[in-house]
Structure formats: C-alpha cells, structure tokens
Write a new protein. Structure first.
Length: 251
C-alpha cells in the first residue's frame, strides 16, 4: 500500500502546532498548573468545561488513569459532545444566554474552586458567560482557546467580549480560524482539524505541572491508576476515599 501524502502533512501540521504551544505557551502552562496545585493544596475543587468538540479535551482529564481524581466535568446538558439529537442542537445551545449561569448556580462549584473552560473560538455566549459568572462566584478561571478568533471574528456574547477576556490564565492553542489544517486539489473545503490534539496536549501538560508543583510542596498528587493493572482498583479506592468531598462524578 502506498503512503499518503496528506496523512504525513497532517502529522507535520500537528507536530508544528505542538512545538509552538510548547515553546510559546510555556509560561502560561506553568501558571495554569500552579493555579491547579494551589487550588488542591487549599482544599478547593477542580472543574473542566467544554462545549461540542471542545468538551473532548475536558473529558480527557476527568476520571482516567494517570489523571487527577479531583478533576470533575462541569456538563451543560445537550452541549457536551455530539450525543444530543439532533447534533446541531449542541451548537445552538452554545448561543443561548443564561444557560451557563443556570448550570453554575446548580453545580457544586463555589468560591475557592477552579474552572477550566475550553472553547476553540471563545466567541459564543456559553463560554463567555461561564467565565464571567465563575469569576463572580469566586472561582479561578483558566481559558483554553485560540486567541486568533478574537481578532478575526466577532463575539456572539452581548458584551462583545471573548472567553480570553475573562480568565485568570489563558492558554492559546494557536489554532487558525476554521480549525482545518489541510487543503487539496479537488476537495472544496479545508479539512483535518487539529484542535483536539493540541488542546488535549495543553491540558495534559498543565496537569503535569500541577503534579510537579504538589510534590515540591510535599503533597501527593491525587492521581488515578489504570484499573487494568494489578493493584489499580485498590489504589483508586484509597485516593477516592481520601478526596471524596471533592469528587462529584460518583454521586
């Protein structure tokens, strides 16, 4: 079977973006990881939110082997992934005013906690409102977004602002507007999005910093092990018992 030129081009594009965020976002990654470590050390809780495909990177750090047991998914019904029918409803819900406030007000998130908000464009009402309301409640907010959208598109929030304008720390994914890395003769639309690869890498790098900073303070990071290795269930049971007041995906 012959090799695919396009497959190689996508890997090159993804690797290039990963190198960019590694180098250009290094300080912000450290700041984000330190904020997470600070929250854990102070007894706070962690939450991650993303709408549509941005939720994939949020889910990637919730309840998984090698991840923090205390990271919780802040889910907005109908806006997480493409499981809602019709799938287009999820996109529509991102533009509904008041939805983020309702979700936050009925969630366990409170002052002293930390919320990671992932939104590629950062322009829709849902992520902007989520950041605004979270900070008003006393949460620290980390935003993971493509800053390019703030200069190349218009906000859909009534304030005219973007997610990046309401965060304590911003992680810029460097994804170009449109989120498609490839074009090809005979194919009318650009294709091969890389935002999930890059955003998930940003999240994992941030959590690695958090683990590093906790150890430096003499605090064991509340990490989960794989349930498919010997002793994994016992390890996870101990961690989940110790941190049960900060874990909400078991209730």
């Amino acid at each position: 079977m012959s090799e695919s030129k396009l497959a190689g081009q996508f890997f090159d594009a993804a690797i290039g973006l990963l190198q960019r965020v590694r180098d250009e976002e290094a300080a912000s990654i450290v700041a984000s990881g330190e904020a997470i470590a600070d929250t854990i050390a102070a007894g706070g809780r962690l939450f991650a939110f993303g709408a549509g495909h941005s939720s994939l990177a949020a889910q990637d750090v919730v309840y998984r082997a090698g991840g923090f047991a205390v990271m919780n998914l802040l889910a907005v019904p109908g806006a997480v992934g493409v499981d809602v029918m019709p799938a287009t409803l999820g996109s529509a819900l991102e533009r509904v005013d008041g939805l983020a406030a309702a979700v936050l007000d009925t969630s366990p998130a409170t002052s002293g906690d930390l919320l990671v908000i992932i939104s590629l464009s950062g322009r829709n009402a849902l992520p902007v409102e989520m950041a605004l309301n979270a900070r008003a409640l006393g949460l620290k907010v980390i935003g993971v977004t493509s800053v390019a959208y703030a200069t190349g598109t218009k906000s859909r929030h009534v304030s005219g602002t973007f997610l990046k304008d309401h965060c304590d720390v911003v992680l810029d994914s460097k994804i170009a507007i449109g989120d498609a890395e490839l074009t090809h003769e005979g194919i009318e639309a650009p294709f091969a999005p890389a935002s999930t690869v890059v955003t998930s890498a940003l999240m994992q790098a941030t959590m690695a910093v958090a683990a590093e900073r906790l150890v430096e303070r003499g605090i064991e990071p509340p990490l989960l092990r794989s349930g498919n290795v010997d002793g994994g269930h016992e390890w996870n049971g101990r961690v989940m018992t110790e941190y049960k007041d900060r874990i909400f995906f078991r209730h």
